[in-house]
Design a protein around this ligand. Structure first.
Ligand code: TYM
Length: 334
């Protein structure tokens, strides 16, 4: 990693994931694939965003446990601490300081209109805390503090990324060009639908297919998937373009067109296609599951990775904050 925050030797990527416990197929296909690919080609920084999680849960043990689980999952899936920096957000509290500084250049209307705020206000009416409103400002700070240019995320984060760009632009306009306007990077499956076939796959909606669950649980989740709702009889031809099971086959085997053809000609039924998908997913993640078990058995390993990651980032975070203090008028007379 380069010594200066503003001039990394390779262009920098940053992304964050909430500590929601075990990762699901949506996380993997929408974002984590790119995390892992981009660690080979970029200066890659990835973060488990426990400060963000506080906006939706106040269960301390759960946040700690889920942070560990998500970090372990990422490492098992191929995130390599020799190639990328993985850390826990609360180990670099400068993120929160920068989010305050950014808040002072962010009009209230920008955060009030954020779709995720509106959604959360609907979904957790008993806990519309101020953090929900500030959430995207903290997200902008996460990215900007390391001057990351690219942000691998799923499409559900597109509005947050757009807002991050606007916040950076507003700050640069007032205090001079310093922060980089980040750009979202999507995979070819930027929105993975859940087992209900309608909504985005999401833990809070209970429609996920887990990566590290026991194979029988994965089978159950896949078998519960909604397919082409217009295909009522087994003898009726299916429409792979609208069937979520068929769509997912694209990522778990090279012969998805043969499978699609089977559906179109009614040679195969939805149940056959689901059974095959479940087995392919289980095989696809078998080595990651083994690696997870091995890493979990090493006492203190995950904690050491997170600690070292946060430590490596300290000079970069401090450099950004020093520059902000200087430009914004904080600190003693100069
Ligand atoms: P989070 O924790 O909800 O999701 C982590 C990543 O997984 C992607 N993802 C999906 N992609 C496609 N289809 C799906 N069904 C699906 N479900 C999840 C998400 O798009 C995301 O990339 N606000 C962020 C965390 C965050 C962040 C950041 C991201 C905080 N600071 C800075 C990027 C940069 C979130 O809640 O992601």
């Amino acid at each position: 990693m380069s010594a200066s925050v503003a001039t990394p030797s390779r262009s920098r990527v940053f992304s964050g994931v909430q500590p929601s416990g075990l990762p699901h197929i949506g996380n993997y296909l929408g974002a984590f694939r790119n995390y892992i690919a981009m660690q080979e080609t970029h200066d890659a920084i990835y973060c488990i965003v426990d400060y963000h999680a506080l906006t939706s849960t106040h269960d301390a043990e759960l946040i700690r446990l889920n942070t560990y689980e998500m970090a372990l999952g990422l490492l098992a899936l191929g995130l390599d601490p020799e190639r990328a920096t993985l850390f826990r957000q609360s180990d670099r509290p400068e993120h929160v300081e920068l989010s305050w500084l950014f808040a002072t250049v962010t009009p209230v209307t920008w955060v009030e209109r954020t779709p995720s705020f509106k959604e959360k206000r609907r979904n957790q009416p008993e806990d519309v805390n101020h953090g929900l409103l500030t959430y995207p400002i903290l997200q902008a700070a996460d990215i900007a503090i390391y001057h990351a240019k690219y942000v691998p995320v799923g499409k559900d984060q597109a509005a947050h990324l757009e807002l991050a760009r606007e916040i950076v632009r507003a700050w640069n306009a007032r205090y001079g060009d310093y922060f980089v306007e980040p750009r979202a990077v999507f995979t070819d499956s930027p929105i993975v639908k859940g087992t209900d076939g309608v909504n985005k796959m999401s833990k809070s909606l209970g429609n996920v297919i887990d990566i590290f669950a026991e194979p029988d649980v994965v089978r159950k989740q896949v078998m519960s998937m909604v397919t082409d709702t217009q295909r009522i009889l087994r003898t009726q031809p299916g429409r792979p373009e609208v069937c979520n099971v068929c769509q997912l086959h694209r990522f778990f085997g090279a012969d998805y067109e043969v499978i699609w053809d089977g559906e179109r000609t009614a040679r195969t039924g939805c149940v056959d296609t689901k059974r095959l998908l479940a087995e392919r997913m289980i095989d696809f993640f078998a080595s990651a599951r083994e690696r997870r078990a091995k890493l979990a058995a090493k006492p203190g390993y995950v904690e050491e990775v997170l600690r070292a990651g946060a430590e490596r980032l300290a000079p970069l975070a401090r450099e950004s904050m020093g520059e902000c203090h200087a430009r914004m008028g904080l600190g003693p007379l100069r």
